[in-house]
Design a protein around this ligand. Structure first.
Ligand code: BG6
Ligand code: MG
Length: 219
């Protein structure tokens, strides 16, 4: 079946926000009295805010120490910091090749969609003026189940009236690749082979994607 829809994760695929998520979590960890090394950050990619907090607390051996409302407070504190960073986002932080990739898929007649876990996606797309390049936008405000559940990508396919088999998902997170696979979609991993598994193709970034070639290959 011919590809009809290209679905893009946001953080780490279209824009270099993964570093801001990391900085904001690291700051929270430091306030709680432990270090959060960069090597641990891979586990937070693609994962919802609350789940990320649980993973962070486990790293600091502080899991189970907080009530639900304290947990919500900690997640809010991290998000306030993160929002401070993304309020200042500039178009130079759009990752190389991202804009061209979206435009090229559209020229080839495919629909484009955003499939992000983030509740901040709207702010980010506004800052980067990327919103108009998507036919469907699904973010953390529209989903109730986090990646690796396929909900986010299936909603995008449904918005566009497309069968999952004609969708390709670009993802930098293992949870996201697993979600796309679980939804019956093709996957292009964005990252390093050592960090990710279970994809149909892998690239270092969207600048390496040749949309025409991909459409030819994924039949
Ligand atoms: C994903 C990020 O895109 O969004 C995760 O990879 C993040 O690191 C998740 O936790 C939720 O984002 P937000 O902006 O709603 O806290
Ligand atoms: Mg990501």
């Amino acid at each position: 079946m011919m590809l009809r829809v290209a679905i893009f994760d946001l953080d780490g695929v279209l824009v270099d926000t993964a570093k801001y998520h990391y900085l904001a979590w690291k700051q929270l960890a430091s306030e709680l009295g432990f270090d959060f090394p960069l090597a641990e950050n891979e586990k937070l990619k693609g994962v919802s805010r609350m789940r990320s907090l649980e993973i962070l607390l486990r790293t600091g051996r502080m899991e189970g120490r907080f009530t639900a409302s304290e947990m919500a407070g900690l997640a809010d504190r991290k998000n306030e910091r993160y929002v401070e960073y993304i309020k200042k986002l500039g178009k130079d932080e759009i990752l190389p090749g991202a804009r061209d990739c979206l435009l090229r898929f559209r020229e080839l007649g495919l629909k484009t969609a955003l499939g992000s876990a983030s509740k901040n996606a709207g702010v980010i797309l506004d800052r980067l003026e990327l919103g108009s390049l998507f036919d469907s936008i699904v973010d953390g405000t529209r989903t109730s189940r986090a990646k690796p559940d396929p909900e986010v990508f299936l909603l995008a396919a449904r918005d566009l009236g497309a069968d999952p088999a004609v969708c390709v998902v670009f993802e930098d997170a293992q949870a996201g690749l697993d979600a796309a696979k679980a939804g019956g979609m093709r996957t292009v991993a964005v990252g390093q082979p050592g960090d990710l598994t279970g994809y149909d193709a892998i690239v270092d970034g969207l600048h390496e994607v040749d949309p025409e070639d991909l459409v030819r290959r994924f039949v």
